[in-house]
Unconditional design. Structure first.
Length: 104
């Protein structure tokens, strides 16, 4: 009986280790798959939002940054063209919102 319990707890903990979101329904995993496209420096930014910035040479951990759709994906000062970007979630730029646009 003891072996069955440890085997079961091993399976449960392994399942939770695989799910990085901690979301038992897996909703966040589906959302992440939807935004799995990696973008390259110099490409137009398709949507304003929060992007994960993934560096190549290990000089910096991945981090998040807000990027605007009117710009191009930038190069990194350290890893140059080898940096990649992944959309985490879209977020509107405040000054593109009609309630915050300066009147001319």
């Amino acid at each position: 009986m003891k072996a069955c319990q440890s085997s079961l707890s091993g399976r449960v903990s392994k399942r939770f280790r695989v799910k990085s979101t901690g979301d038992p329904g897996g909703k966040n995993d589906r959302s992440r798959a939807r935004h799995a496209t990696l973008f390259l420096p110099g490409s137009p930014i398709p949507q304003t939002g929060i992007y994960e910035v993934i560096h190549n040479k290990g000089h910096r951990e991945a981090h998040e940054a807000v990027l605007h759709s009117r710009d191009l994906f930038p190069t990194c000062d350290q890893c140059g063209e080898n940096v990649r970007f992944r959309l985490v979630r879209t977020a509107p730029y405040i000054f593109d919102d009609e309630d915050f646009v300066a009147e001319s």
